[in-house]
Design a protein around this ligand. Structure first.
Ligand code: NI
Length: 172
């Protein structure tokens, strides 16, 4: 297994739209395993392939306390969502050091394939429902900061660009 590099906002590659996974094979299983390792290493609850610069519809999640229930979600389709919405404070491994309030459906049901190619249905609520929607947004090139006010988004962008420039200068 290997740790993968996570793209940082406002990297334009975070806005690419992912294509469906055409074949669930060893390449996809290795990618999923590496993404799970990267997610745990970064203390995240979810990671989308887009964030590691692979533009295919695959994401991993683990919202368990023990961090021992990884879920691999391939080609997710929303089959139902609640009328009820919730607002919660979200963060993202691609937007380090920030968080912001985002409105999401309180419950969502999806269908997807797992890493063995079996079709599963997931009825999600609470943190898992929020996580599903956050990660599925990544697959259509959407980062949660796009839900924030232009002022707050601009502030985040400026700060992260400055940090990236400083990191580059230190490395050279
Ligand atoms: Ni994210």
């Amino acid at each position: 297994m290997a740790l993968l590099n996570i793209l940082t906002y406002p990297d334009p590659r975070l806005h690419k739209v992912a294509k469906p996974v055409a074949q669930i094979d060893e390449r996809i299983r290795t990618l999923a395993a590496d993404m799970i390792e990267t997610m745990y290493e970064s203390s995240g609850v979810g990671l989308a392939a887009t964030q590691v610069d692979v533009h295919e519809r695959l994401l991993v999640m683990d919202v368990s306390e023990e961090r021992d229930q990884p879920l691999v979600v391939i080609n997710p389709r929303v089959v139902w969502q609640s009328n009820e919405v919730v607002v919660g404070d979200e963060g993202c491994l691609s937007v380090p050091g920030f968080s912001g309030d985002v409105e999401r459906y309180a419950q969502i049901h999806i269908e997807f394939e797992n890493e063995r190619g079996d079709t599963h249905k997931l009825e999600a609520e609470g943190l898992l429902a929020v996580c599903v929607q956050h990660e599925m947004d990544h697959l259509i090139g959407k980062v949660y900061v796009e839900y924030l006010s232009p002022l707050k988004r601009g502030r985040i962008k400026t700060k992260l660009l400055k940090e990236a420039k400083e990191a580059l200068r230190e490395a050279s």
